[in-house]
Design a protein around this ligand. Structure first.
Ligand code: SF4
Length: 362
Protein backbone atom coordinates (compact mmCIF):
# COMPACT_ATOMS: atom_id res chain seq x y z
CA UNK A 1 0.00 0.00 0.00
CA UNK A 2 1.26 3.49 -0.85
CA UNK A 3 1.58 6.61 1.26
CA UNK A 4 -0.80 9.54 1.58
CA UNK A 5 0.89 12.71 0.30
CA UNK A 6 -0.12 16.13 1.61
CA UNK A 7 1.25 19.31 0.01
CA UNK A 8 0.73 22.59 1.87
CA UNK A 9 0.51 25.87 -0.08
CA UNK A 10 0.39 28.46 2.73
CA UNK A 11 -0.72 31.58 0.84
CA UNK A 12 -4.06 33.31 1.43
CA UNK A 13 -5.61 36.56 0.23
CA UNK A 14 -5.69 37.64 3.86
CA UNK A 15 -5.81 35.92 7.22
CA UNK A 16 -9.32 34.98 8.46
CA UNK A 17 -9.40 35.93 12.18
CA UNK A 18 -10.57 32.50 13.38
CA UNK A 19 -8.01 30.49 11.40
CA UNK A 20 -5.27 28.57 13.14
CA UNK A 21 -3.74 26.92 10.06
CA UNK A 22 -0.33 28.13 9.02
CA UNK A 23 -0.67 30.55 6.11
CA UNK A 24 0.55 34.04 5.14
CA UNK A 25 -1.29 36.86 3.35
CA UNK A 26 -0.14 36.92 -0.27
CA UNK A 27 1.36 40.03 -1.92
CA UNK A 28 3.14 40.89 -5.15
CA UNK A 29 6.43 40.05 -3.46
CA UNK A 30 5.36 36.65 -2.05
CA UNK A 31 8.00 34.08 -3.03
CA UNK A 32 5.55 31.70 -4.70
CA UNK A 33 8.03 30.39 -7.31
CA UNK A 34 10.76 29.78 -4.73
CA UNK A 35 8.27 28.05 -2.43
CA UNK A 36 6.98 25.72 -5.17
CA UNK A 37 10.58 24.90 -6.11
CA UNK A 38 11.36 24.14 -2.46
CA UNK A 39 8.38 21.76 -2.33
CA UNK A 40 9.71 19.95 -5.41
CA UNK A 41 13.17 19.74 -3.82
CA UNK A 42 11.67 18.06 -0.77
CA UNK A 43 9.47 15.87 -2.92
CA UNK A 44 12.54 14.69 -4.80
CA UNK A 45 13.73 12.98 -1.60
CA UNK A 46 10.67 10.70 -2.10
CA UNK A 47 11.32 10.14 -5.82
CA UNK A 48 9.58 7.02 -7.12
CA UNK A 49 7.86 6.35 -3.79
CA UNK A 50 4.41 4.72 -4.07
CA UNK A 51 1.66 7.24 -3.33
CA UNK A 52 -2.03 6.32 -3.09
CA UNK A 53 -3.59 9.68 -2.40
CA UNK A 54 -2.54 13.30 -2.93
CA UNK A 55 -4.09 16.24 -1.12
CA UNK A 56 -3.11 19.79 -2.08
CA UNK A 57 -4.27 22.08 0.69
CA UNK A 58 -3.48 25.33 2.37
CA UNK A 59 -3.71 28.15 2.69
CA UNK A 60 -5.51 28.71 -0.55
CA UNK A 61 -4.12 26.68 -3.47
CA UNK A 62 -6.51 28.47 -5.85
CA UNK A 63 -4.66 31.78 -5.47
CA UNK A 64 -1.56 30.27 -7.05
CA UNK A 65 -1.61 31.37 -10.72
CA UNK A 66 -3.14 28.57 -12.80
CA UNK A 67 -0.10 28.13 -15.07
CA UNK A 68 2.30 27.79 -12.12
CA UNK A 69 0.03 25.33 -10.31
CA UNK A 70 -0.44 23.23 -13.45
CA UNK A 71 3.34 22.98 -13.88
CA UNK A 72 3.79 22.17 -10.20
CA UNK A 73 1.17 19.39 -10.17
CA UNK A 74 2.63 17.83 -13.33
CA UNK A 75 6.12 17.91 -11.78
CA UNK A 76 4.72 16.27 -8.63
CA UNK A 77 3.10 13.50 -10.66
CA UNK A 78 6.33 12.83 -12.54
CA UNK A 79 8.33 12.62 -9.28
CA UNK A 80 6.29 10.16 -7.22
CA UNK A 81 4.71 6.89 -8.25
CA UNK A 82 1.04 7.85 -7.89
CA UNK A 83 -1.50 5.02 -8.07
CA UNK A 84 -4.32 7.32 -9.21
CA UNK A 85 -6.51 6.48 -6.24
CA UNK A 86 -7.53 10.01 -5.17
CA UNK A 87 -6.22 13.53 -5.75
CA UNK A 88 -7.91 16.42 -3.93
CA UNK A 89 -7.30 20.14 -4.23
CA UNK A 90 -8.72 22.83 -1.97
CA UNK A 91 -10.34 25.90 -3.54
CA UNK A 92 -11.75 29.13 -2.19
CA UNK A 93 -14.71 30.73 -3.96
CA UNK A 94 -13.11 34.18 -4.32
CA UNK A 95 -10.02 32.93 -6.15
CA UNK A 96 -11.30 30.12 -8.36
CA UNK A 97 -11.20 31.62 -11.84
CA UNK A 98 -12.61 30.05 -15.01
CA UNK A 99 -9.03 29.60 -16.22
CA UNK A 100 -8.23 27.77 -13.00
CA UNK A 101 -11.16 25.35 -13.43
CA UNK A 102 -10.26 24.71 -17.11
CA UNK A 103 -6.66 23.99 -16.16
CA UNK A 104 -7.65 21.65 -13.32
CA UNK A 105 -10.02 19.68 -15.51
CA UNK A 106 -7.03 18.64 -17.65
CA UNK A 107 -5.30 17.10 -14.63
CA UNK A 108 -6.18 13.79 -12.91
CA UNK A 109 -7.87 15.56 -10.00
CA UNK A 110 -10.65 13.39 -8.58
CA UNK A 111 -11.91 15.63 -5.80
CA UNK A 112 -12.38 19.35 -5.14
CA UNK A 113 -12.79 20.67 -1.64
CA UNK A 114 -14.43 24.11 -1.57
CA UNK A 115 -14.17 26.40 1.45
CA UNK A 116 -17.83 27.48 1.45
CA UNK A 117 -18.14 27.84 5.26
CA UNK A 118 -21.56 29.53 4.99
CA UNK A 119 -24.08 30.70 2.39
CA UNK A 120 -25.11 33.64 4.55
CA UNK A 121 -23.28 36.90 3.83
CA UNK A 122 -23.55 38.19 7.42
CA UNK A 123 -21.92 35.01 8.69
CA UNK A 124 -19.20 35.17 6.04
CA UNK A 125 -18.46 38.78 7.02
CA UNK A 126 -18.34 37.84 10.71
CA UNK A 127 -15.84 35.08 9.90
CA UNK A 128 -13.76 37.55 7.86
CA UNK A 129 -14.01 35.38 4.77
CA UNK A 130 -12.87 37.02 1.53
CA UNK A 131 -15.86 35.69 -0.47
CA UNK A 132 -19.64 36.05 -0.51
CA UNK A 133 -22.42 33.48 -0.85
CA UNK A 134 -22.98 34.19 -4.55
CA UNK A 135 -19.33 33.45 -5.35
CA UNK A 136 -19.54 30.16 -3.45
CA UNK A 137 -22.67 29.09 -5.34
CA UNK A 138 -21.14 30.07 -8.68
CA UNK A 139 -18.04 27.96 -8.02
CA UNK A 140 -20.12 24.93 -7.03
CA UNK A 141 -22.20 25.33 -10.21
CA UNK A 142 -19.12 25.66 -12.40
CA UNK A 143 -17.36 22.67 -10.87
CA UNK A 144 -20.47 20.53 -11.25
CA UNK A 145 -20.96 21.58 -14.87
CA UNK A 146 -17.38 21.48 -16.06
CA UNK A 147 -15.69 18.59 -14.24
CA UNK A 148 -16.47 14.98 -13.37
CA UNK A 149 -14.66 15.10 -10.03
CA UNK A 150 -16.34 14.62 -6.65
CA UNK A 151 -17.00 17.83 -4.71
CA UNK A 152 -16.71 18.48 -1.00
CA UNK A 153 -17.93 21.65 0.71
CA UNK A 154 -16.59 22.69 4.10
CA UNK A 155 -19.03 24.45 6.38
CA UNK A 156 -18.77 25.75 9.94
CA UNK A 157 -21.55 25.51 12.52
CA UNK A 158 -21.85 26.34 16.22
CA UNK A 159 -20.45 29.82 15.54
CA UNK A 160 -20.71 32.07 18.61
CA UNK A 161 -23.25 34.94 18.21
CA UNK A 162 -24.75 33.33 15.08
CA UNK A 163 -28.38 32.22 15.16
CA UNK A 164 -28.39 28.45 14.37
CA UNK A 165 -31.18 29.12 11.87
CA UNK A 166 -28.64 30.80 9.56
CA UNK A 167 -26.50 27.66 9.70
CA UNK A 168 -29.40 25.28 9.04
CA UNK A 169 -30.47 27.42 6.06
CA UNK A 170 -26.95 27.13 4.63
CA UNK A 171 -27.09 23.38 5.01
CA UNK A 172 -30.55 23.21 3.46
CA UNK A 173 -29.38 25.15 0.42
CA UNK A 174 -26.13 23.20 0.16
CA UNK A 175 -27.88 19.83 0.14
CA UNK A 176 -29.77 20.93 -3.01
CA UNK A 177 -26.45 20.71 -4.88
CA UNK A 178 -26.32 16.99 -4.10
CA UNK A 179 -22.54 17.20 -3.56
CA UNK A 180 -20.67 13.97 -2.93
CA UNK A 181 -19.27 15.08 0.41
CA UNK A 182 -19.82 17.68 3.14
CA UNK A 183 -17.43 18.43 6.01
CA UNK A 184 -19.26 20.19 8.84
CA UNK A 185 -16.89 21.51 11.49
CA UNK A 186 -17.93 22.85 14.83
CA UNK A 187 -16.41 26.33 15.27
CA UNK A 188 -12.96 26.05 16.80
CA UNK A 189 -12.00 28.74 19.32
CA UNK A 190 -8.26 28.09 18.90
CA UNK A 191 -7.38 31.66 17.93
CA UNK A 192 -9.43 33.36 20.63
CA UNK A 193 -11.71 35.07 18.06
CA UNK A 194 -15.41 35.06 19.09
CA UNK A 195 -14.79 32.90 22.12
CA UNK A 196 -16.82 34.62 24.78
CA UNK A 197 -20.36 33.95 23.59
CA UNK A 198 -21.88 30.66 24.75
CA UNK A 199 -23.15 28.16 22.16
CA UNK A 200 -25.36 25.08 22.16
CA UNK A 201 -23.00 22.72 20.39
CA UNK A 202 -24.64 19.35 21.23
CA UNK A 203 -28.03 20.51 19.92
CA UNK A 204 -26.51 21.97 16.77
CA UNK A 205 -24.42 18.85 16.12
CA UNK A 206 -27.51 16.70 16.47
CA UNK A 207 -29.49 18.94 14.12
CA UNK A 208 -26.71 19.10 11.51
CA UNK A 209 -26.30 15.30 11.56
CA UNK A 210 -30.06 14.77 11.23
CA UNK A 211 -30.32 17.19 8.28
CA UNK A 212 -27.43 15.54 6.47
CA UNK A 213 -28.80 12.07 7.13
CA UNK A 214 -32.16 13.08 5.66
CA UNK A 215 -30.32 14.41 2.60
CA UNK A 216 -28.65 11.01 2.08
CA UNK A 217 -25.25 11.62 3.67
CA UNK A 218 -23.62 9.00 5.86
CA UNK A 219 -21.67 10.33 8.82
CA UNK A 220 -18.42 8.34 8.70
CA UNK A 221 -16.24 10.57 10.86
CA UNK A 222 -17.14 13.09 13.56
CA UNK A 223 -17.18 16.01 11.08
CA UNK A 224 -17.40 14.23 7.71
CA UNK A 225 -20.45 13.13 5.73
CA UNK A 226 -20.48 11.34 2.39
CA UNK A 227 -22.86 9.98 -0.21
CA UNK A 228 -22.47 6.22 -0.83
CA UNK A 229 -18.89 5.29 -1.90
CA UNK A 230 -17.74 8.92 -1.65
CA UNK A 231 -15.73 8.85 1.58
CA UNK A 232 -12.38 10.63 1.41
CA UNK A 233 -9.71 7.95 1.02
CA UNK A 234 -6.95 10.37 1.97
CA UNK A 235 -8.55 11.51 5.22
CA UNK A 236 -9.39 7.94 6.21
CA UNK A 237 -5.68 7.20 5.97
CA UNK A 238 -5.01 9.92 8.58
CA UNK A 239 -7.64 8.65 10.98
CA UNK A 240 -6.44 5.09 10.43
CA UNK A 241 -2.86 6.17 11.31
CA UNK A 242 -1.46 5.14 7.93
CA UNK A 243 1.85 6.61 6.86
CA UNK A 244 1.68 10.06 5.33
CA UNK A 245 4.25 12.40 3.85
CA UNK A 246 3.73 16.13 4.41
CA UNK A 247 5.47 18.54 2.05
CA UNK A 248 5.73 22.26 2.82
CA UNK A 249 6.04 24.77 5.64
CA UNK A 250 4.33 23.96 8.94
CA UNK A 251 3.30 20.40 8.05
CA UNK A 252 3.80 17.07 9.79
CA UNK A 253 4.73 13.67 8.39
CA UNK A 254 4.26 10.29 9.97
CA UNK A 255 6.28 7.32 8.86
CA UNK A 256 7.05 3.87 10.28
CA UNK A 257 10.61 2.68 10.68
CA UNK A 258 10.44 -1.06 11.34
CA UNK A 259 7.60 -0.97 13.87
CA UNK A 260 8.50 2.44 15.29
CA UNK A 261 6.25 5.38 14.54
CA UNK A 262 8.17 8.54 13.70
CA UNK A 263 6.65 12.00 13.33
CA UNK A 264 8.45 15.11 12.16
CA UNK A 265 7.44 18.58 11.10
CA UNK A 266 8.65 21.63 9.23
CA UNK A 267 8.71 25.02 10.92
CA UNK A 268 5.67 27.20 10.11
CA UNK A 269 7.77 29.66 8.10
CA UNK A 270 7.83 30.05 4.33
CA UNK A 271 11.27 31.63 4.57
CA UNK A 272 12.83 28.80 6.62
CA UNK A 273 11.27 26.24 4.34
CA UNK A 274 12.68 27.86 1.21
CA UNK A 275 16.10 28.03 2.89
CA UNK A 276 16.06 24.35 3.79
CA UNK A 277 13.10 22.26 2.63
CA UNK A 278 14.56 18.99 3.82
CA UNK A 279 15.19 20.02 7.43
CA UNK A 280 13.20 17.79 9.79
CA UNK A 281 12.23 19.68 12.94
CA UNK A 282 10.62 18.30 16.05
CA UNK A 283 11.44 14.70 15.30
CA UNK A 284 9.46 12.45 17.65
CA UNK A 285 9.69 8.70 17.99
CA UNK A 286 6.79 6.86 19.55
CA UNK A 287 7.03 3.73 21.65
CA UNK A 288 4.81 0.84 20.54
CA UNK A 289 2.49 1.60 23.47
CA UNK A 290 2.15 5.31 22.54
CA UNK A 291 1.54 4.41 18.90
CA UNK A 292 -1.15 1.86 19.83
CA UNK A 293 -2.91 4.26 22.20
CA UNK A 294 -2.81 7.10 19.68
CA UNK A 295 -4.27 4.80 17.01
CA UNK A 296 -7.22 3.99 19.26
CA UNK A 297 -7.84 7.55 20.43
CA UNK A 298 -7.72 9.18 16.97
CA UNK A 299 -9.38 6.21 15.30
CA UNK A 300 -12.45 6.67 17.49
CA UNK A 301 -13.28 9.76 15.41
CA UNK A 302 -14.38 7.27 12.74
CA UNK A 303 -17.96 6.10 13.15
CA UNK A 304 -16.95 2.48 12.33
CA UNK A 305 -14.41 2.62 15.18
CA UNK A 306 -11.06 0.85 15.33
CA UNK A 307 -9.91 -2.74 14.94
CA UNK A 308 -8.14 -3.40 18.24
CA UNK A 309 -6.46 -6.64 17.12
CA UNK A 310 -5.18 -4.96 13.95
CA UNK A 311 -3.69 -2.11 16.00
CA UNK A 312 -1.97 -4.62 18.29
CA UNK A 313 -0.51 -6.49 15.30
CA UNK A 314 0.60 -3.30 13.53
CA UNK A 315 2.26 -1.69 16.54
CA UNK A 316 3.46 -4.86 18.30
CA UNK A 317 1.86 -3.67 21.53
CA UNK A 318 -0.68 -5.71 23.53
CA UNK A 319 -3.05 -3.50 25.50
CA UNK A 320 -2.61 -4.03 29.25
CA UNK A 321 -5.15 -4.45 32.05
CA UNK A 322 -5.13 -0.76 32.98
CA UNK A 323 -6.17 0.26 29.43
CA UNK A 324 -8.80 -2.49 29.25
CA UNK A 325 -10.25 -1.34 32.58
CA UNK A 326 -10.64 2.19 31.19
CA UNK A 327 -12.38 0.76 28.14
CA UNK A 328 -14.67 -1.35 30.35
CA UNK A 329 -15.56 1.75 32.35
CA UNK A 330 -16.45 3.68 29.18
CA UNK A 331 -18.51 0.73 27.90
CA UNK A 332 -20.39 0.65 31.23
CA UNK A 333 -21.10 4.39 30.79
CA UNK A 334 -22.52 3.58 27.31
CA UNK A 335 -19.88 5.79 25.68
CA UNK A 336 -18.08 2.97 23.85
CA UNK A 337 -19.09 -0.44 22.56
CA UNK A 338 -17.02 -3.43 21.48
CA UNK A 339 -18.03 -5.96 18.84
CA UNK A 340 -16.03 -8.35 16.61
CA UNK A 341 -12.70 -6.76 17.68
CA UNK A 342 -14.01 -3.29 16.80
CA UNK A 343 -14.14 -0.61 19.48
CA UNK A 344 -16.34 2.33 18.57
CA UNK A 345 -17.99 5.34 20.18
CA UNK A 346 -21.75 5.17 20.72
CA UNK A 347 -23.93 8.16 19.75
CA UNK A 348 -23.56 9.38 23.34
CA UNK A 349 -19.79 8.76 23.17
CA UNK A 350 -19.49 10.81 19.96
CA UNK A 351 -21.17 13.76 21.70
CA UNK A 352 -18.62 13.47 24.51
CA UNK A 353 -15.67 12.35 22.42
CA UNK A 354 -13.15 14.75 23.94
CA UNK A 355 -13.87 13.38 27.43
CA UNK A 356 -13.65 9.80 26.10
CA UNK A 357 -10.29 10.55 24.50
CA UNK A 358 -8.96 12.22 27.67
CA UNK A 359 -10.04 9.27 29.79
CA UNK A 360 -8.17 6.85 27.52
CA UNK A 361 -5.03 9.06 27.47
CA UNK A 362 -4.95 9.54 31.25
S1 SF4 B 1 -8.67 31.14 3.64
FE1 SF4 B 1 -8.61 29.23 4.88
S2 SF4 B 1 -6.43 28.85 5.32
FE2 SF4 B 1 -6.63 31.00 4.60
S3 SF4 B 1 -6.79 32.20 6.46
FE3 SF4 B 1 -8.90 31.77 5.79
S4 SF4 B 1 -9.48 29.87 6.84
FE4 SF4 B 1 -7.25 30.08 7.01
Amino acid sequence: MGYALYIHLPFCIRKCPYCDFYSEPVSASSPIDSYLNACLTELNTFKGVAIDTIYIGGGTPSIIPAVKLDKFIRATLSTVNYSGSEMTIELNPDSTSDEFISMLSELPITRFSVGVQSLNNDVLRLLGRPHNAEQAKQVLDKLQNRTNAAINADIIYDIPTVNPRAIYETLQELTLYNLEHISAYSYSPDTGYLTTAPTDEPEQTEHVCAMLKTAGYERYEVSNFAKASCRSVHNQKYWGMSEYIGIGAGVHSMLYNERQRIRYSHKPSIESYINNPIARDELETYTAEQAALESVVFGLRQIDGVDIKLIETRTGHSFDTSFLEKVQYLIAQELLCYENNFLRATDKGLMLLNQVMLHLWS
